[in-house]
Write a protein that binds this ligand. Structure first.
Ligand code: GLN
Length: 193
């Protein structure tokens, strides 16, 4: 049996425990990451949903920002919702600092109040038919650069995208029974090892 991939879930704030549970169910070794030196042995990392501005505040406070930036620049990383905002090259509404490892423009809280939280079935290029997507105060991807592959869409806007070692969803795949997005990420991690 090959050694299971070691996947970190940034656990400073937000929806980290459900990601860890899902990753464990899928055969990975999940680690909750709260300090910069805990990134060392990881094969991949999940940046969960939450509040991206609060994440930034915690990261700066803990002297974590630069170490995390170096990680996401080179190792498989999966951002969901607020995590996607942290990875984007441009953030709007309002403009915000980000790691800029994924060539997209995101608009925070873009789907309006009545749609703050909604569950949809979306078209996806992942095998297995429509994807169940759970949205909570979600950002919208307003632009994708040339190197970005779109894997799912909502009303024509990309909602699941990949650029090389970076995967990002504007929804919360950990809150759906559908495991395909985490499976896809673990495949990316295995391929990179
Ligand atoms: N609205 C949050 C933000 O702007 C993201 C919401 C989420 O992660 N569910 O950071």
């Amino acid at each position: 049996m090959p050694e299971p991939p070691h996947i970190g879930v940034l656990a400073l704030q937000g929806a980290f425990d459900v990601h860890a549970k899902r990753l464990t169910e899928l055969g990975a070794k999940a680690h909750l990451i709260r300090k910069p030196d805990e990134l060392k042995e990881l094969d991949g990392l999940v940046l969960p949903g939450g509040e991206s501005s609060t994440f930034l505040w915690h990261l700066e406070l803990a002297g974590f920002y630069d170490v995390l930036k170096a990680f996401v620049q080179s190792k498989p990383t999966f951002g969901t919702c607020a995590g996607t905002i942290l990875l984007a090259s441009e953030v709007l509404n309002p403009a915000q600092k980000s790691f800029a490892v994924l060539d997209i423009t995101v608009e925070r809280n873009a789907y309006g109040r009545q749609n703050d939280s909604v569950i949809l079935q979306e078209e996806t290029s992942l095998p297995g038919g429509p994807l169940e997507t759970v949205y909570i105060r979600a950002p919208r991807i307003a632009r994708t650069g040339a190197g970005v592959v779109t894997l799912a869409t909502r009303d024509g806007s990309p909602t699941l995208v990949r650029q090389g070692h970076v995967l990002a969803a504007t929804f919360h795949p950990e809150l759906s029974e559908d495991r395909r997005v985490h499976e896809y990420f673990l495949e990316m991690v295995r391929a990179s090892r």
